[in-house]
Design a protein around this ligand. Sequence first.
Ligand code: ATP
Length: 309
Amino acid sequence: MILTITLNPSIDRRYNIDKIEKGKIFRTDNYQYTIGGKGLNVTKVIKTLDEPVIATGFLGGSSGDYIDKGLNNIDISHRFIKIGEETRSCLAVISSDGSQMEILERGPSISEDEISEFLKLYEELLEKVDIICASGSIPYGVPLEIYRDMINLAKKKDKKFILDASGETLRFGIDAGPYLVKPNKKELEDLTGIKIDSNEQLIRAVKDLSRKDIEIVVVSLGEEGAMAVHNDDVYKVIIPNIKALNPIGSGDSMIAGFAVAINRNYDLETMLKIGAACGTANAMESETGKVNKNNVDRIMENILIEKLT
Ligand code: ATP
């Protein structure tokens, strides 16, 4: 069983319009609402791959109810802590020429009692799961060390923790030694302080990070695939060319693929292939955090893993 953590979920509201223009009013009947937040994107992709998953985090207000219902509709098990404030919405306005504008609400503040309640629930859920995936930003009130503390609790119970975060929460989390961490290039630069302009610098930065007690480090490189380090060996993940429609959420989909592969005890190369295939399959869809299973299988066959050392 895989547990996904979404501390700051959202309703993602996407509006498609002809052309974004300053100071104008736009009308559209081409809009979609989806349940989102990085952890919920991971959850949806794990579900598509038919692996058992349970989602947790914080939900509040009528937006929280909307997400709760949405998860029930797609048959995803979940146990969220109900909070006093309203769960956020994130808005994307996409014009037909492909340009995009996003408004991300700050989201609710979480009280100390709600955090304690969540940590109690987390410890209870830890007993039932093997892998934990924590993704994304944290809402106000939640301490920056939360992922670090959750990793430490998971490790005490011999559970594998996958971390996909950024900034200080990622830095703290890394100190606790998660099983797998997946920064993208920008996050890796921020973490290591190494400016990455060449392959050599990239390898140095990934290796630098993997020196800590982290089993697997993967740096995702968008359309350029990924690079991974395990046991001091460096692997390059070469992906096929595709026509990308919307690559947002590809990192989340990659995490889902990794979690599924680890849950099935697949070897490292297969894990890297499934993860990268999920990321690429997501980029082919217009909806964020969505993959077509047949595309994942097809893409996997066209991914090459090259051992560099
Ligand atoms: P996000 O934060 O939006 O989830 P990310 O920055 O964490 O994304 P990326 O590096 O963009 O993650 O993507 C993860 C993986 O998805 C890549 O390693 C690659 O396999 C696949 N991918 C992403 N973008 C593309 C693309 N344009 N074409 C093909 N594959 C892609």
